[in-house]
Design a protein around this ligand. Structure first.
Ligand code: SF4
Length: 196
């Protein structure tokens, strides 16, 4: 018998953010997180238990090979057994979106690290390198992020739910990228497009 995982939802859409923006992707959203960010928009405690076989079957049902392991906090739950099963035959690319507080299981091809240490307690990093560093930006000092090794660095304006505040944050984000060109802009294009 194989393990089961508490899954919040599995859906097929375009990646809305960061390096792979626009890429058709299967999103596997794991239920549960160890942090409590004030802007969190995920109902991350609800979910249904699914076996490895059921998750692989869901992945087989879509034409895309790009899989996004997200949450909640997927690193708490994703195991090598699951990454092996999803990658069987070399047919899938596994990207994980993580808050970086927990080690990553072998078999993940791409790590998108979005640290939360400025927003909530107990968010110290357990990993110090990633493919993509994505900072939810409100205008904070970026010095704490400088020691993180990342191939790509993105600032993503924080969606506060307040239009006036969001406008201020967007302007600050654009200016910060212009002043510090090692950073690029990431937008939540799925919200602009009003898709999932
Ligand atoms: S790390 Fe992500 S899922 Fe967890 S509370 Fe923060 S925003 Fe929500």
């Amino acid at each position: 018998m194989t393990s089961s995982f508490k899954i919040n939802e599995i859906f097929y859409s375009l990646q809305g953010e960061g390096f792979f923006t626009g890429t058709p992707s299967l999103f596997i959203r794991f239920s549960g997180c160890n942090l409590h960010c004030p802007f969190c928009d995920t109902q991350h405690n609800e979910g249904t238990f699914m076996t490895v076989e059921e998750i692989v079957r869901a992945a087989d049902s879509v034409p895309a090979s790009h899989v996004v392991l997200t949450g909640g906090e997927p690193s708490l739950f994703v195991t090598e057994e699951l990454t092996r099963a999803l990658k069987a035959g070399g047919k899938r690319f596994l990207a994980m979106e993580t808050n970086g507080t927990h080690a990553i299981a072998p078999g993940v091809d791409w790590i998108t690290l979005s640290p939360k240490f400025e927003f909530t307690e107990n968010a110290q990093l357990a990993i110090q390198s990633c493919d993509e560093l994505k900072v939810v930006y409100t205008g904070q000092d970026l010095t704490p992020y400088e020691n993180i090794q990342a191939t790509h660095r993105f600032l993503q304006p924080c969606d506060t739910g307040d239009a006036t505040r969001n406008r201020e944050i967007i302007e600050r984000t654009v200016q910060t990228c212009l002043d510090n060109p090692q950073w690029r802009l990431s937008l939540q294009t799925h919200k602009v497009l009003q898709i999932r």
